[in-house]
Design a protein around this ligand. Structure first.
Ligand SMILES: [Zn+2]
Length: 395
């Protein structure tokens, strides 16, 4: 099995090194990477379809290896990865994040687990799929801007729908330790903007302190998180078996001797499919309204406003579906799991392409300084792809 293999045993090693070498931090263009992949596909005789962002600085790539009967549009599995990575700014890396580097039993680099190794492994094995001949089409989807809200893949999926391409299912290669994940939580996030009224800090009754109101609201969110944890719905199949609420960023005030006029904070709910994020948000809004009369009594221009930042639906694929069964067969495992982090799987699911999530590495290692993936996981991913070839190829 995977144990004892080195990177030199990996068909995908050069491709992993190449993909990691492109700085595709979400704020940067991903076109250099996409062009490289398109060139590689062209060398195999495969055309790519691009869908661009508004500025044409970023693109999704979709390509299909045709079945032996020429079918490119009906059925088949999508192997899906995102090209972007999270920033390395301020993180204490011990190796160059954009050079995939072997460190003992691991490969280290930004994106080695989230999630360039999966895409690289799929690309590296395409010649093998082609040589063996496909009984059904095999699709490759590479997206942009996943890390900032699954933005790019929506255009890719819309293009598939418009062109009548109807895959039977999708494998999203986010890090799962090569376990088959059939469901993840939904997520919704908001920014709260508290506008208070400035005053000299010796005259606090004449001001409306936005920082204090903001902190009171954050405290309310913490209480809601505790209630979900202690008495909410539970699904033990998830790594975190209940709905979570979290405030990740807060900003407010300008100086200690000024009653703060502004405070903003960003918060999210990651919910079990059965918990309603909108009902939660209505409660938050109602709680916030409780502050407004007292604010207006001092200064009428004060307010508390909420902006929706992102929505990620949850998804749940039938464990007996074609794609889940295929995934189990290829992974050599019989169990399936559910996770708390969101992926593009929910977007495919919404577009009638049942999805599973399965990829090398662990999400705990993603987004970290010295992000790493074990060589054993990379080998297990190659084994997975070969078993996939056994099932969808003619020879
Ligand atoms: Zn990812």
């Amino acid at each position: 099995m995977a144990a004892g293999r080195t990177v030199d045993d990996l068909v995908a090693w050069e491709t992993i090194r190449t993909l990691v070498g492109f700085d595709t931090t979400s704020r940067e263009s991903n076109l250099a990477l996409i062009d490289w992949v398109a060139g590689r596909l062209r060398a195999l005789g495969i055309d790519s379809t691009f869908t661009f962002d508004d500025d044409r600085r970023k693109a999704n790539l979709f390509a299909t290896l045709p079945a032996q009967d020429g079918n490119v549009a009906t059925g088949g599995i999508v192997l899906s990865g995102h090209t972007d990575v999270v920033p390395v700014d301020g993180q204490p890396w011990t190796t160059d994040p954009f050079v995939a580097t072997v460190v003992g039993e691991r490969v280290q680099g930004r994106g080695v687990t989230d999630m360039k190794s999966f895409s690289a492994t799929a690309l590296a094995l395409l010649p093998e799929f082609l040589r063996r001949g496909l009984a059904q089409p095999l699709h490759i989807a590479l997206s942009y801007d996943e890390e900032i809200g699954c933005i790019g893949v929506e255009r890719l999926i819309a293009d598939l729908v418009a062109r009548g391409v109807k895959p039977q299912g999708c494998i999203v290669g986010e890090p799962t330790g090569m376990r088959i994940i059939v469901a993840h939580k939904g997520k919704k996030s908001w920014r709260c903007r508290v506008r208070g009224h400035e005053a000299h800090s010796s005259l606090t009754p004449a001001g409306v302190n936005a920082v204090e109101i903001g902190c009171a609201l954050v405290g309310y969110l913490t209480g809601r998180a505790r209630a979900f944890r202690e008495s909410g719905r539970r699904d033990p199949a998830y790594d975190v078996p209940y709905t979570t609420v979290h405030t990740g960023v807060i900003r407010g005030g300008t100086a200690l001797n000024i009653v703060a006029r502004d405070c903003t904070f960003d918060f999210e709910i990651r919910h079990l499919p059965a918990d309603d994020p909108d009902a939660f948000f209505r409660d938050v809004e109602a709680h916030a309204r409780g502050f407004v009369d007292a604010m207006h009594a001092i200064a009428p221009e004060t307010y508390i406003a909420f902006d929706l930042l992102s929505t990620m639906p949850g998804f749940e694929t039938e464990p007996g579906s074609v794609v889940a069964t295929l995934g189990r067969d290829c992974s050599g495992r019989h169990d399936v799991g559910k996770v708390s982090f969101g992926t593009e799987a929910s977007r495919y699911h919404q577009a009638a392409m049942p999805a599973i999530v399965c990829g090398p590495g662990e999400v705990a290692q993603a987004h970290q300084p010295d992000e790493w993936v074990s060589i054993a996981q990379l080998a297990a991913c190659e084994d997975f792809m070969r078993r996939l070839a056994d099932r969808i190829c003619c020879a």
